[in-house]
Ligand binder design. Structure first.
Ligand code: SDX
Length: 393
């Protein structure tokens, strides 16, 4: 080995980059986007405004926000030929597999995005196209899964209302979308918008560090987010809560399973690499759960199971010693379900929220002209040995 290699599996003690986008304090449970506290943004801002803040670094003026909104609205359509991709997938494909494939395929329709030395205008256009087309792609994935007709974007609607209209709309004309749903969706997307160097963001940065185009980098990030230890946890939480409910709601039994080292079962939605206290997003979502379900007149038994499970775990020495608290995924699925989304769409909604953060982090890596990501290793394989002819093996 040349030089001294420090082994750090999972990069638990490695800082991969200098970044000015998101600040986390895991001990104090602090999360800020470009210096603004998540609690303020979640209650006062909109997802489009937060996307602008993350990508361009400042809260927009009224004119800047209006120009940004109108520019995004001009690019919400996707090329009609993309429908052929949908027709090629089996009807029961997981939405995350479709999303990763379709976002990667966007580069085929926008070859100017492939230019590794794109001008600022070309790069800006690619950013706008991705932000604008993601809600259309996500809603078409959902409609195809139901075998329902696709709803086209309505550019007279705001970003989130347009998305919900394409998801829940039944015909071409607009469906009345409940403002409670629009507000809840804005909050959820804001809470998911960025989270410093998490697994999927690190993936976006390292793929982009080879000068691969933005669509390819985001497609790779979507694949990383799919895993149940990461964004896929929001689907796994609901499946776990359903299993506990159907098993009679015995939370102590499942807590014991989660503590048993011989049992692969983990309490999904619990624990975090950085937060060793509460996840501030989980606190906001838990509060929103009660409000949204009450406003929508929904009584979801898994919410009670979730609260019981949280309470039992927070008082259990195993979880206390390991500083395991509910994370962003623990309650988010309950709201997504209350809004009418099926479980296998939850991680796609996480990706829709994380898109501006991925874009901001990719641009920062490119602007800072960071070197191609290429870590070393500690070799523990066979020492040198000579080839043995087949006849002698
Ligand atoms: C997200 O990084 C981010 O910022 C991610 C994210 C984002 O916004 O991008 O916040 C989104 O991915 C949230 C996390 C969602 N994942 C889950 O809810 C899955 C369940 N959680 C775990 O798998 C785990 O807590 C992780 C993956 C979140 C963190 O894993 P770490 O930091 O590698 O910790 P670890 O697996 O080494 O666990 C430390 C100890 C172990 O016990 P010991 O070996 O010390 O005895 O805690 C135990 C683990 O067994 N443990 C759990 C547990 N999580 C950790 N035991 C039971 N249930 C759990 N959920």
């Amino acid at each position: 080995q040349t030089g001294y290699i420090t082994l750090d599996p999972g990069f638990k003690n490695t800082g991969a980059a200098k970044s000015a986008i998101t600040f986390l304090d895991g001990e104090k449970g602090i999360l800020r986007y470009r210096g603004y506290a998540i609690e303020e943004l979640a209650s006062k801002s909109t997802f489009v405004e937060v996307a602008y803040l993350l990508i361009y670094g400042e809260l927009p003026t009224g004119n800047e926000l209006e120009t940004f909104r109108m520019t995004v609205r001009r690019h919400t359509l996707i090329h009609e030929d993309m429908k052929k991709f949908f027709d090629g997938f089996p009807s029961k494909s997981h939405p995350m597999g479709l999303l990763s494939a379709l976002v990667g395929a966007l580069s085929a329709f926008y070859p100017e995005s492939l230019n590794a030395h794109a001008t600022e205008e070309e790069e800006d256009l690619t950013v706008i196209q991705l932000l604008a087309k993601m809600p259309t792609i996500v809603s078409w994935i959902y409609k195809k899964s139901l075998g329902h007709p696709l709803i086209y974007p309505s550019n007279d609607l705001d970003y989130v209302t347009n998305f919900l209209n394409m998801i829940f709309g039944q015909r071409t004309e607009q469906t009345e979308i409940d403002p409670v749903m629009v507000s809840a969706m804005n909050t959820l997307l804001i809470l998911h918008a960025d989270h410093e160097q998490n697994c999927s963001t690190s993936t976006v940065r390292i793929v982009g560090s080879s000068q691969a185009n933005l669509f390819a980098s985001i497609s790779a990030g979507i694949s990383a987010l799919w895993g149940p230890l990461h964004g896929g946890a929001n689907q796994a939480v609901i499946e776990m809560l359903e299993k506990i409910k159907n098993d009679g709601g015995d939370c102590d039994k499942w807590i014991a399973k989660a503590k048993d080292k011989n049992d692969p079962f983990r309490l999904m939605g619990f624990g975090h690499r950085v937060y060793k206290n509460f996840d501030p997003r989980a606190k906001i979502i838990k509060k929103a759960c009660d409000e949204v379900l009450e406003k929508l007149g929904i009584n979801d038994p898994v919410l009670e199971i979730a609260k019981k499970l949280e309470n039992a775990a927070l008082n259990d020495p195993y979880f206390i010693e390991r500083k395991l608290y509910p994370n962003v995924d623990f309650y988010s699925g309950i709201i997504y379900r209350a809004l009418g989304f099926p479980t296998d769409m939850f991680t796609v909604l996480f990706a829709l929220g994380r898109l501006p953060g991925w874009i901001a982090q990719w641009r920062e890596m490119r602007t800072n002209k960071e070197p191609i990501g290429r870590p070393r290793q500690v070799y523990v394989g066979a020492p040198e040995r000579n080839y043995v002819d087949l006849a002698k093996r």
